[in-house]
Design a protein around this ligand. Structure first.
Ligand SMILES: Nc1nc2c(ncn2[C@@H]2O[C@H](COP(=O)(O)OP(=O)(O)OP(=O)(O)O)[C@@H](O)[C@H]2O)c(=O)[nH]1
Ligand SMILES: [Mg+2]
Length: 194
Protein backbone atom coordinates (compact mmCIF):
# COMPACT_ATOMS: atom_id res chain seq x y z
CA UNK A 1 0.00 0.00 0.00
CA UNK A 2 2.71 2.47 1.00
CA UNK A 3 4.28 2.08 -2.42
CA UNK A 4 1.20 3.44 -4.12
CA UNK A 5 1.27 6.82 -2.47
CA UNK A 6 2.45 8.38 -5.69
CA UNK A 7 -1.13 8.59 -6.89
CA UNK A 8 -3.13 10.40 -4.24
CA UNK A 9 -6.42 11.82 -5.40
CA UNK A 10 -8.89 14.02 -3.54
CA UNK A 11 -12.27 12.38 -4.08
CA UNK A 12 -14.63 14.69 -2.25
CA UNK A 13 -15.93 15.78 1.11
CA UNK A 14 -18.66 14.39 3.32
CA UNK A 15 -21.44 15.53 3.88
CA UNK A 16 -21.39 17.13 0.41
CA UNK A 17 -20.76 13.72 -1.09
CA UNK A 18 -19.87 10.22 0.08
CA UNK A 19 -18.60 8.29 -2.93
CA UNK A 20 -18.77 4.47 -2.91
CA UNK A 21 -15.12 3.64 -3.48
CA UNK A 22 -15.17 0.03 -2.31
CA UNK A 23 -11.71 0.37 -0.84
CA UNK A 24 -10.57 -0.06 2.76
CA UNK A 25 -10.81 3.30 4.48
CA UNK A 26 -8.70 4.70 7.35
CA UNK A 27 -9.95 7.74 9.25
CA UNK A 28 -7.84 10.27 11.15
CA UNK A 29 -9.55 11.90 14.11
CA UNK A 30 -8.60 14.15 16.99
CA UNK A 31 -8.74 17.60 18.46
CA UNK A 32 -8.32 20.65 16.32
CA UNK A 33 -4.70 21.49 15.62
CA UNK A 34 -3.41 18.13 16.86
CA UNK A 35 -1.82 17.47 13.47
CA UNK A 36 -4.30 15.28 11.53
CA UNK A 37 -3.75 16.87 8.14
CA UNK A 38 0.01 16.99 8.65
CA UNK A 39 0.00 13.30 9.59
CA UNK A 40 -1.89 12.38 6.45
CA UNK A 41 0.50 14.38 4.32
CA UNK A 42 3.52 12.79 5.97
CA UNK A 43 2.14 9.29 5.41
CA UNK A 44 1.49 10.19 1.79
CA UNK A 45 4.83 11.97 1.38
CA UNK A 46 3.23 15.13 0.14
CA UNK A 47 2.83 18.61 1.47
CA UNK A 48 -0.42 19.37 -0.22
CA UNK A 49 -2.92 16.48 -0.11
CA UNK A 50 -4.58 17.69 3.07
CA UNK A 51 -4.69 21.34 3.95
CA UNK A 52 -2.80 22.16 7.14
CA UNK A 53 -3.20 25.32 9.10
CA UNK A 54 -2.05 27.09 12.19
CA UNK A 55 -5.64 28.27 12.66
CA UNK A 56 -7.48 25.52 14.56
CA UNK A 57 -10.83 24.34 13.29
CA UNK A 58 -10.00 24.82 9.66
CA UNK A 59 -11.00 21.44 8.28
CA UNK A 60 -14.79 21.37 8.72
CA UNK A 61 -15.66 18.49 6.42
CA UNK A 62 -14.59 14.86 6.16
CA UNK A 63 -12.10 15.07 3.31
CA UNK A 64 -11.56 11.83 1.41
CA UNK A 65 -8.33 10.96 -0.38
CA UNK A 66 -7.91 7.88 -2.53
CA UNK A 67 -4.44 6.34 -2.30
CA UNK A 68 -3.75 4.56 -5.58
CA UNK A 69 -6.00 1.54 -5.94
CA UNK A 70 -5.22 0.55 -2.38
CA UNK A 71 -7.15 2.50 0.22
CA UNK A 72 -8.83 5.72 1.22
CA UNK A 73 -7.76 8.20 3.90
CA UNK A 74 -10.43 10.29 5.59
CA UNK A 75 -9.33 13.53 7.26
CA UNK A 76 -11.97 14.19 9.93
CA UNK A 77 -12.79 17.65 11.23
CA UNK A 78 -11.17 18.41 14.57
CA UNK A 79 -13.18 18.62 17.77
CA UNK A 80 -12.87 20.55 20.95
CA UNK A 81 -11.86 23.91 19.63
CA UNK A 82 -13.06 26.35 22.26
CA UNK A 83 -13.71 29.31 20.00
CA UNK A 84 -16.22 27.42 17.90
CA UNK A 85 -19.82 28.13 19.00
CA UNK A 86 -21.73 25.25 20.63
CA UNK A 87 -24.15 24.86 17.74
CA UNK A 88 -21.32 24.37 15.26
CA UNK A 89 -19.69 21.90 17.63
CA UNK A 90 -22.90 19.84 17.82
CA UNK A 91 -23.12 19.85 14.02
CA UNK A 92 -19.58 18.56 13.80
CA UNK A 93 -20.24 15.79 16.27
CA UNK A 94 -23.41 14.78 14.42
CA UNK A 95 -21.59 14.72 11.13
CA UNK A 96 -18.67 12.64 12.42
CA UNK A 97 -21.06 10.21 14.13
CA UNK A 98 -23.02 9.77 10.90
CA UNK A 99 -19.87 9.30 8.86
CA UNK A 100 -18.64 6.60 11.28
CA UNK A 101 -21.99 4.81 11.12
CA UNK A 102 -22.39 5.06 7.34
CA UNK A 103 -18.92 4.12 6.27
CA UNK A 104 -19.04 0.36 5.83
CA UNK A 105 -15.51 0.14 4.38
CA UNK A 106 -13.99 1.87 7.39
CA UNK A 107 -11.25 -0.46 8.67
CA UNK A 108 -9.50 1.59 11.31
CA UNK A 109 -9.57 4.94 13.05
CA UNK A 110 -6.36 6.66 14.05
CA UNK A 111 -7.03 8.89 17.06
CA UNK A 112 -4.44 11.63 17.26
CA UNK A 113 -3.47 13.03 20.64
CA UNK A 114 -0.86 15.70 21.33
CA UNK A 115 2.17 14.03 22.97
CA UNK A 116 2.56 16.93 25.36
CA UNK A 117 -1.02 17.16 26.57
CA UNK A 118 -2.08 13.56 27.03
CA UNK A 119 -5.55 12.25 26.26
CA UNK A 120 -8.25 14.76 27.15
CA UNK A 121 -11.99 14.34 27.76
CA UNK A 122 -13.14 14.27 24.16
CA UNK A 123 -10.32 11.91 23.19
CA UNK A 124 -11.43 9.44 25.83
CA UNK A 125 -15.05 9.65 24.72
CA UNK A 126 -14.06 9.05 21.12
CA UNK A 127 -11.87 6.05 21.97
CA UNK A 128 -14.71 4.58 24.06
CA UNK A 129 -17.21 5.13 21.24
CA UNK A 130 -14.90 3.44 18.73
CA UNK A 131 -14.43 0.47 21.05
CA UNK A 132 -18.17 0.16 21.39
CA UNK A 133 -18.54 0.25 17.59
CA UNK A 134 -15.85 -2.45 17.45
CA UNK A 135 -13.76 -0.34 15.11
CA UNK A 136 -10.03 -1.09 15.26
CA UNK A 137 -8.31 1.95 16.74
CA UNK A 138 -4.74 3.18 17.06
CA UNK A 139 -3.63 6.19 19.01
CA UNK A 140 -0.98 8.42 17.48
CA UNK A 141 0.90 10.63 19.91
CA UNK A 142 1.65 13.58 17.65
CA UNK A 143 4.36 16.27 17.62
CA UNK A 144 6.65 13.94 19.54
CA UNK A 145 9.56 15.93 18.09
CA UNK A 146 8.73 18.54 20.73
CA UNK A 147 9.68 16.12 23.50
CA UNK A 148 13.19 14.97 24.35
CA UNK A 149 13.86 11.23 24.13
CA UNK A 150 13.86 11.13 27.93
CA UNK A 151 10.46 12.74 28.20
CA UNK A 152 8.77 10.39 25.75
CA UNK A 153 8.16 7.19 27.78
CA UNK A 154 6.42 9.12 30.55
CA UNK A 155 4.29 11.05 28.05
CA UNK A 156 3.23 7.81 26.31
CA UNK A 157 2.33 6.21 29.65
CA UNK A 158 0.25 9.21 30.62
CA UNK A 159 -1.70 9.09 27.34
CA UNK A 160 -2.32 5.35 27.76
CA UNK A 161 -3.55 5.90 31.27
CA UNK A 162 -5.72 8.87 30.33
CA UNK A 163 -7.42 6.93 27.54
CA UNK A 164 -7.52 3.57 29.27
CA UNK A 165 -5.70 1.79 26.44
CA UNK A 166 -2.63 -0.47 26.35
CA UNK A 167 0.72 1.23 25.96
CA UNK A 168 1.37 -0.72 22.76
CA UNK A 169 -1.74 0.81 21.17
CA UNK A 170 0.13 4.13 21.15
CA UNK A 171 2.46 5.10 18.34
CA UNK A 172 4.77 8.07 18.91
CA UNK A 173 4.48 10.18 15.78
CA UNK A 174 6.02 13.26 14.22
CA UNK A 175 5.01 14.75 10.91
CA UNK A 176 8.08 16.93 11.14
CA UNK A 177 10.73 14.21 11.22
CA UNK A 178 8.75 11.13 10.18
CA UNK A 179 8.88 9.28 13.54
CA UNK A 180 6.27 6.51 13.55
CA UNK A 181 5.54 6.62 9.84
CA UNK A 182 6.57 3.04 9.09
CA UNK A 183 4.76 1.69 12.14
CA UNK A 184 1.53 3.41 11.14
CA UNK A 185 1.84 2.04 7.63
CA UNK A 186 2.38 -1.46 9.07
CA UNK A 187 -0.91 -1.15 10.97
CA UNK A 188 -2.71 0.24 7.93
CA UNK A 189 -1.44 -2.57 5.72
CA UNK A 190 -2.52 -5.13 8.32
CA UNK A 191 -6.12 -3.91 8.42
CA UNK A 192 -6.27 -3.46 4.65
CA UNK A 193 -5.11 -7.05 4.12
CA UNK A 194 -7.40 -8.54 6.73
N1 LIG B 1 6.45 20.34 15.57
C1 LIG B 1 5.44 19.76 14.95
N2 LIG B 1 4.39 20.51 14.50
C2 LIG B 1 3.36 19.89 13.89
C3 LIG B 1 3.34 18.47 13.69
N3 LIG B 1 2.18 18.15 13.07
C4 LIG B 1 1.50 19.29 12.89
N4 LIG B 1 2.20 20.36 13.37
C5 LIG B 1 1.76 21.77 13.34
O1 LIG B 1 0.54 21.88 14.05
C6 LIG B 1 -0.36 22.78 13.38
C7 LIG B 1 -1.68 22.07 13.06
O2 LIG B 1 -1.46 21.04 12.15
P1 LIG B 1 -2.66 20.46 11.23
O3 LIG B 1 -2.11 19.25 10.55
O4 LIG B 1 -3.25 21.50 10.39
O5 LIG B 1 -3.69 20.02 12.37
P2 LIG B 1 -5.18 19.44 12.20
O6 LIG B 1 -5.35 18.44 13.28
O7 LIG B 1 -5.39 18.97 10.80
O8 LIG B 1 -6.06 20.73 12.51
P3 LIG B 1 -7.60 20.99 12.14
O9 LIG B 1 -7.80 20.57 10.71
O10 LIG B 1 -7.76 22.44 12.36
O11 LIG B 1 -8.41 20.19 13.09
C8 LIG B 1 0.39 23.27 12.15
O12 LIG B 1 0.97 24.51 12.45
C9 LIG B 1 1.44 22.20 11.92
O13 LIG B 1 2.57 22.70 11.25
C10 LIG B 1 4.48 17.71 14.17
O14 LIG B 1 4.58 16.46 14.06
N5 LIG B 1 5.48 18.40 14.78
MG1 LIG C 1 -6.82 19.47 9.40
Amino acid sequence: VRNQVGSVRFVGSYPETLPELNLPEIAFAGRSNVGKSSCLNRLLNTKKAARTSSTPGRTQLVNLFQVGAACVFADLPGYGYAKVPGVVREQWKGMVDRYLQLRTDLKMVAVLVDSRHGGQDMDGLLVDALLEMELPTIVLATKVDKLTRNERPKAMASIAEGLGVDLDAIVPFSSLDGTGREEVWDRIEDVCAG
